[in-house]
Design a protein around this ligand. Sequence first.
Ligand code: FEO
Length: 393
Amino acid sequence: MEIYNVPEIARDVFWVGSKDWNRRMFDALVPLPQGTSYNAYLVKGKEKTALIDTVNPGFEKEFEEKINLVSSLEKLDYLIMNHAEPDHSSAIRYIMDRAPDSVLVTTDRGVKMASLYHDLPDTRIKVVAEGDSLELGGKTLHFIEAPWLHWPETMFTYLPEDEVLFPCDFFGAHTAQGVYDEDLEDLIPLAKRYYGEIMMPFGKMGAKALAKIKDLNIKIIAPSHGPIYKNPRRILEPYAKWTAGETENKALIVYVSMWGSTELMVRTIAETLLKEGIDVVMYDLAVSDTGDIARELVDSRAIILGAPTVLAGMHPLALYGTYLVKALNPPAKYGVILGSFGWGGGALKQAGEILVPSKMEVVGTLQVKGKPREEDLKKVEEIGRELAQKMRI
Ligand code: FEO
């Protein structure tokens, strides 16, 4: 049998998850430059044993062996499902088939979601609601409903005796590296990227969940992806800012350029903003990792889109980027749209149609035919100065 690392994160609480070092995409949408982990935890009480979440398809055997290193899967009593997405729930059937007396514990919404993926008889499901608890003998599992983090059914589980919070996806990071937060110096940028990709569309629900847990004593945060926080404040403090939509004096520029005209325009506005004392981050959508863009969306006060026209509309990469920005619901207050075309425009109108229903104020737009001339670049500079003035307020 392979010898696995099964760390005891608190007294009789074990990490029994899996590390997926080589996974490079999640949901066919989110790039994973450092892979990810599927964290699951075994909690041993004096009388009962509970498993909190499971693992991604393909890791079932390893999961079983890890559980058996510290307990007996056959004697498992409860399987807590904090979230029904298959990266955490897909091994439910595998586990429950091997633990004949085990019962799935989840919310009413969780039961409905689980029924979409698993075929479990009602006799093996226990429905819990906000504030319910489960006694394991010297250890209590307390349930906190935290919907939309990241699906409608999500909940947190809290273990008061050891002051451990199991928030599933919330507070996560996509990386296979490290066991504890102190192992990764650059963890918060990774967590920020994850927040932008996965949690930002539900920022208001995140703020509500933070309010629910604010009076809990929390010594350890054990999320379902990435390292376990022995220093909870390290992630609680940035989450308070991110869920509140606090922005920095920073402009995010995302653009595509076919022959350099749109690039000249965005570089001009970047220089103008820098002269005005505004931080700038710039990504060419043709070569950039969308996770980096998602990270910068979390606290950028302005977004500048550079989108050339091709085939009577936006360049497809700019269209994708614009759609993604809208869907991720960033807190940016201001927007600018710049672009160029050869014989017939269209990108600017299309970008405006996508972005106008968002809460961003579009401070300026400019579309030029061919290579930008000096007077065009002067207009770009004017837009940049106006944007800077608004951003400083
Ligand atoms: Fe990690 Fe929403 O699943």
